[in-house]
Ligand binder design. Structure first.
Ligand code: ZN
Length: 132
């Protein structure tokens, strides 16, 4: 199960970050998932719950932000989500578009409790570590 191995990698990273921050509990974690990764957000959240069992992350929620594929016009630089790109640039009519994005698999934010207090940490991209 693709999502399960991803969830496990993400949990490992979050636990490591939580340990470094001295966190006693992880409340929620935010992740960006590109549409091209073929990761099902719902399955990933299910897998997250299982992967969290017995770790500092247990009971935490995974918030998934879906990232579209972007088309950028080579003529004028206009950027549009691929699913609404009409085949040519809606601004200048140019047919030459560059495809980017959609392959994100990043942890972006985690909210943890530190000895009664609370902290929100911005996480660096862990795409390389979690792309399998
Ligand atoms: Zn254009």
């Amino acid at each position: 199960m693709h999502e399960y191995s991803i969830a496990r990698s993400l949990v490992e990273v979050v636990c490591e970050e939580a340990r470094r921050a001295g966190a006693v509990r992880v409340n929620y974690v935010e992740a960006r998932v590109g549409v091209m990764t073929m990761v099902d957000a719902w399955l990933l959240q299910e897998a997250w719950v299982i992967a969290c069992e017995g770790t500092t992350c247990e009971g935490s929620a995974l918030v998934v932000e879906k990232c579209p594929v972007w088309m950028t016009c080579r003529g004028c630089g206009h950027r549009e989500s691929e699913d609404v790109w009409p085949g040519h640039c809606p601004v200048c009519g140019g047919a030459d578009g560059r495809v980017s994005g959609g392959d994100e698999l990043d942890l972006t934010r985690m909210d943890v409790d530190i000895n009664g207090g609370s902290a929100t940490d911005d996480l660096l991209s862990v795409a390389a570590a979690t792309r399998t």
